[in-house]
Ligand binder design. Structure first.
Ligand SMILES: [Zn+2]
Length: 195
C-alpha cells in the first residue's frame, strides 16, 4: 500500500513557485506519502528534472504527468513523458492516454477550468474527487460524478506553492512501481484522504 499526491505543479508551470528540489525534499521527509505526480500545465519539462533529483532516493517515486488545458476543461495524464498531439480536445487527450497506457483524470471537474458534466461523455479513467485547491462542495460533486460513472476517485493537492504540497493523498493498493500504480488506479484499488 502506498500513498500518492497525484497533482502537483512545479516552477515549469508559470503559476507555481515549487522548485523540483523542494518537491523532492518534502517527499523524502514526509512520514507516509512517498509518491508524487508532477503535472505541470501543458508542459512535461519539469518531470525529467524532478525524476533525476528523486533518483538519489530509493524509497520515493515520481510519476511523470501533465495537466492539459483542453478546449472543454483540464485533464491530467499520469504516466506520460510526452505531450499529446494537437488539437487538445477532450477526446484527443483521453484517446492519447489510452493508446499509451497512461491514466487520464478529469481534474477538479466542478471548479473553474473543470470539465463539469462534459466528463460524463468522456472516456477518462478516473475522476479527481479530492482536489486540495477546491471547495468541499466541488469535491463532493466530483465524488457523486465518479460514483455515477462507476469510475475510481483520486486525490491530488494541486499544489502551486511549497506549503500546499501533500495536503491530500490517494492510497493505492500497489508497491512502489509506476506501472503497478497506474494499473491499480485503473482497477479502482484506491481510496482518498486528507492529511
Ligand atoms: Zn492543476
Amino acid at each position: 500500500m502506498i500513498r500518492a499526491d497525484l497533482h502537483i505543479h512545479t516552477t515549469f508551470s508559470s503559476d507555481s513557485t515549487i522548485q523540483p528540489k523542494t518537491l523532492v525534499e518534502q517527499l523524502v521527509n514526509h512520514s507516509s506519502i512517498k509518491v508524487a505526480a508532477v503535472t505541470d500545465h501543458d508542459s512535461i519539462q519539469g518531470c525529467s528534472l524532478t525524476q533525476k533529483l528523486a533518483s538519489a532516493y530509493p524509497d520515493i517515486l515520481i510519476i511523470p504527468g501533465v495537466e492539459i488545458s483542453t478546449h472543454q476543461g483540464d485533464i491530467l495524464i499520469l504516466g506520460t513523458t510526452e505531450l499529446p498531439p494537437q488539437p487538445w480536445t477532450m477526446e484527443n487527450v483521453v484517446d492519447f492516454a489510452r493508446d499509451n497506457n497512461c491514466v487520464s483524470v478529469a481534474a477538479h471537474p466542478y471548479r473553474e477550468y473543470g470539465l463539469g458534466d462534459l466528463a460524463r461523455g468522456s472516456r477518462v479513467n478516473a475522476i479527481e474527487v479530492l482536489n486540495g485547491g477546491s471547495p468541499s462542495s466541488a469535491n463532493q460533486q466530483a465524488q457523486v460524478l465518479a460514483r455515477s460513472m462507476n469510475l475510481p476517485g483520486v486525490a491530488g493537492s494541486d499544489a502551486h506553492s511549497p506549503q500546499e504540497l501533500y495536503s491530500v493523498y490517494t492510497q493505492i493498493d500497489s508497491n512502489l512501481n509506476a506501472d503497478n500504480i497506474l494499473n491499480a488506479i485503473k482497477k479502482g484499488h484506491v481510496k482518498v484522504s486528507s492529511c
